[in-house]
Write a protein that binds this ligand. Sequence first.
Ligand code: NAP
Length: 488
Amino acid sequence: MGRFLFHGRKLISRAFSTLNGNPLHVCVVGSGPAGFYTAEKMLKAHEGAEVDIIDRLPTPFGLVRSGVAPDHPETKIVVNQFSRVAAHDRCAFFGNVSFGTNVSLSDLRKTYDVVVLAYGAESDRSLSVPGEELKGIHSAREFVWWYNGHPDYCEMAPDLKSTDTAVVLGQGNVALDVARILLRPTTELETTDIADYALQSLRESNIRKVYLVGRRGPVQAACTAKELREILGTRNLRVHIQEADLATSPADEEELKNNRIQRRVYELFSKAANTIQEYDDNDQRNLHCVFFRKPDKFLPSELGYSVSGVRLEKTHLKENGVSRKQVAVGTGDFEDLKCGLVLKSIGYKSVPVDGLPFDKRKGIVPNERGRVLSSDETENATREQGLYVAGWLKRGPTGIIATNLYCAEETVSTILEDVRNGLLTSVSGSHKAGRQGLLQILQDKNVQFVPFSGWERIDAKERMLGELKNKPREKITTWNELLSVAEG
Ligand code: NAP
């Protein structure tokens, strides 16, 4: 058996260069931050690990490419580190391979000693209020994928022309991102990697008012201070906050005392409410921060198919007996807010594939430090051999990119613990085919995968197109063009 040494946070395998002379075949599903950090830690920690990363898109990097706002280029620098991981001689990238369609969970478990699911949260929580299907209502994720040039949403074309008012539901950092993109002068977006069609649409946008609606108060807003400061400081933006919403209860004071982030966020809202802002009357934009309101229903336009407003129920806060958190409770008092665009920013949701245990309530795969469990009922749960999770699928859709580093580290240390304890099949003699097996499956199913060199061709072309417009890159946004450029 191998001996493992912990050096600070580093886990190093000395004797496990291979599993009984064979490589440890590892497949990571999803090439976002959780997937790449897992691959990186796995390659470092285990000399015999051969790591394949599959992704349904022809492009790698998940949320860093499709989720991070275009005006946050510093957050995207991490792709340089991920590219070095992909270039490692024991690592391979397989883009354009859809997990659940082209390859099943059972295919991967038969082929690899270790399968780590890190495919994140590609769907949205639902509000479940009447009228949610009306035209003009989108999830923030869809809107983000649209302006970031995700090939599934390049034709979404949200209507930014027929209305001057948008309502963003939720007050987390994603809500702030979408509100900022709607309100920021487009001259400041021209030199970002925003999709060309989105920039054009924002230039023609008539939206001048954005309501950022939270069901709780300014003390509980889910955003962080840096992101809030950024939007409040947007050029030519007038911020509206009702003085009365800033009043705090003893329970609020307790929360503020115990949480530095909440304190800073609350201070920023208070400061903005009391600051007279300078703005240019010509193209003034307005941000209304609305608190203590929860959506009750969406109102249809006269013709009945598009949204014309949101009915909000006023709320007050009440301590929940179990979590001891202050939760929003409806007061039975309603008001209507007119608008022509709604972006629901109430959180992302992970979607299970066939055969994967899933805790529907929490929206995660039941796991113990990344090791997948057969059920979310702890008493009856057994370990799913060789199956692990990392990232949002493991802990829910929260945290910044760096959170995934610690999350991946934990999953990798669990995997190594299982290797050491002889819990993976290869130890008991049956050798898995690993990469060769995957190649065979893809060939049998006639799947044209995109290797990392294919992505490098896309990357080079995007950079070249971007250079002509003084942008870091001009994203290629259709499936056809991505695949044809990748092929060379
Ligand atoms: P989030 O931080 O969880 O915020 C969700 C928001 O939706 C909260 O305001 C929540 O209010 C509200 N909400 C949830 N269910 C609701 C309902 N039924 N009705 C009304 N409101 C509801 O999620 P997120 O904004 O999608 O962000 C996801 C993660 O990515 C976060 O950890 C975020 O910090 C991170 N992120 C970071 C950055 C950055 O660092 N720049 C950028 C984007 C995202 P309650 O608080 O009352 O539940």
